[in-house]
Write a protein that binds this ligand. Structure first.
Ligand code: SF4
Length: 308
């Protein structure tokens, strides 16, 4: 529904910009745009994406002539939300400042994001049998963050990501890296269980992932490990097979993160197999271990010595 709203918003914007906008009309347009952004902010949306259609492509050149590029929403995930020009568009800057930007403590920031999420009904997964929202768990100051696809049955019951059989395997992977679950942070692209453990759909990922982006921006990890193709493709906005996605680091800056933040210039992102896939095909565990060793090398981790 919200994807649709975003398109209505953008299409509406295109309709109300004639080819010769006067200064008064432009001012009215800015006010209307500010009101609309405030409305979206109030319901928890801070990022606006658009997928290009032919009609949008034609109209975009018209908009570009009339509005500063910073006022135009980015088309792809991972690009920054609107950043306003300092003087005349101050309104936009204020409206697009996320609540958690006001706090330095990541634990408080995460609480604010959780409060903003509320009893979320933003996508259709809220009415498809979820028991609860599975927000994320772990150290708010984690250097390493794992991102999965979405909660399964066990996670839905317990309200925590990766607690079932796949979670046990993830725990073993974390331990093999010389870390504990309490030292890292774990979250998913969507926070409600898709029925029958189906793959989350594009609109569901698009609606929920801004909250994941805000979690990442609050935690500021050094490394993110995307578990499986769904997580990787959503974070990287790359549609490629796992064989191409794995084996390297990507530079990653979540949508809406403050690029002026001197303490954090983004994370390195690595891709590996989802633990549920490894349970189905244990032969790939060696490949997953190679991915984790790459991460360990970057973080300066050494595997724990075997006992005995
Ligand atoms: S999956 Fe995310 S966006 Fe959809 S209802 Fe749950 S919390 Fe809200």
């Amino acid at each position: 529904m919200f994807s649709a709203l975003r398109h209505v918003f953008l299409n509406g914007l295109q309709r109300i910009i004639p080819s010769d906008v006067t200064a008064t009309q432009n001012s009215d347009l800015r006010r209307a745009l500010a009101d609309r952004i405030r409305f979206y902010n109030e319901i928890g949306i801070y990022d606006f994406y658009r997928r290009e259609t032919q009609s949008e492509t034609i109209a975009e050149s018209e908009i570009s002539e009339k509005l500063h590029p910073s006022e135009l929403r980015e088309e792809m995930p991972r690009k920054s939300a609107v950043v306003a020009k300092p003087a005349e568009e101050k309104t936009f800057e204020v409206l697009n400042t996320r609540p958690e930007h006001k706090v330095a403590d990541p634990a408080t920031a995460l609480k604010m994001i959780r409060e903003d999420l509320g009893d979320c009904t933003r996508c259709k997964l809220h009415q498809q049998g979820r028991k609860q929202i599975v927000f994320g768990v772990g150290n708010p100051r984690a250097e390493l963050m794992f991102v999965g696809e979405g909660p399964g049955a066990d996670e839905d019951i317990q309200g925590e990501p990766f607690v079932g059989r796949a979670g046990q395997l993830l725990n073993n992977m974390i331990k093999a890296m010389g870390l504990s679950r309490e030292e890292i942070y774990i979250a998913n692209v969507v926070k409600c269980r898709p029925p029958g453990n189906r793959t989350p759909e594009r609109d569901e990922c698009d609606t929920c992932s801004p909250f994941l982006m805000r979690q990442i921006a609050a935690i500021k990890p050094k490394v993110i490990v995307a578990l499986g193709a769904v997580a990787a493709k959503n974070l990287l906005a790359i549609n490629a097979p796992m064989s191409e996605l794995r084996g390297r680091f990507y530079d990653f800056m979540p949508t809406g993160a403050r690029s002026s933040d001197p303490s954090w210039q983004g994370a390195k992102l690595a891709v590996t197999y989802h633990p549920a896939f490894l349970l189905r095909d244990p032969r790939q565990k060696g490949e997953a271990w190679k991915d984790l060793q790459m991460v360990m090398k970057f973080l300066g981790l050494t595997p724990p010595k075997k006992e005995g």
